[in-house]
Design a binder for this molecule. Sequence first.
Ligand SMILES: C=C(N)C(=O)O
Length: 128
Amino acid sequence: MTQVLHTEQAPAAIGPYVQGVDLGNMVLTSGQIPVNPQTGEVSDDIAEQARQSLENVKAVVESSGLKVADIVKMTVFVKDLNDFGTVNEVYGQFFDEHNAPYPARSCVEVARLPKDVKIEIEAIAVRK
Ligand SMILES: C=C(N)C(=O)O
């Protein structure tokens, strides 16, 4: 049975979608943009945006009872691939802090993102 995930620790959907879905053996998050769920604000700084998107992904994954270490695939959408190095630094630190293995990943540059943010990240996690 598919369960819809909802948490106050990640920003609410800004369109006709849910924060994530739990299929039982697998959790898929929607793309998380770097909106701070407490303040509704978005930093101008790419490092802070990357960190906030990752924290939002984590919140949605954890709302299913899974952990960062259960993430097996991430997709990272960036507005500017010149930010690749900075994003990788923040991204690597995030998984290291959670003692989690690096998941598979795709990273692509896109023309534009909702709310004109610089990054959006989505995840797939597996319940073993
Ligand atoms: C922010 C999104 N994930 C969306 O608009 O689909």
